[in-house]
Write a protein of this length. Sequence first.
Length: 151
Amino acid sequence: MRTKSFLRLQSFCGVLLPLITVIALLLTIGACGTTDSTTHTVGAIVYGKVQTASGAPVDDAVVTLAHRPDGCDSSDVDRTRDFPDSTGRYRTGLPLLHGVTKNSCFLASVDPPEGSGLAVAEPKQFDADFRPNPPYDSVRVDFALDSLSTQ
């Protein structure tokens, strides 16, 4: 037979345990929601195509996106690469490890495939409405690569 004090303790634990569980869950969710310098955030989608000056697709090129938070003349901090498909099209997000500042510079560049006879194009600066959550802004950056013989 259970005593009254045992039943009170059992009732108290029955209320306390779910309350502790809820508090622990809320603290865990709060901790997961914090951001730090290791969090990858895509702020915009960059897409476009890489083609020759005559309009032929270039599918083995390497498109590089770079974020320079201290201006275009500073060194890259955040960078990603993408490879155009057989039609010369690419689409990628730019992971931002560092915050966007008023001096932030975003550059897209392309390296032609080795042995293609195509020249490296000048990097292109772009801007977007960088957002921490979807829907992300999208920016189109196209490249037309000249032949090395025409330079």
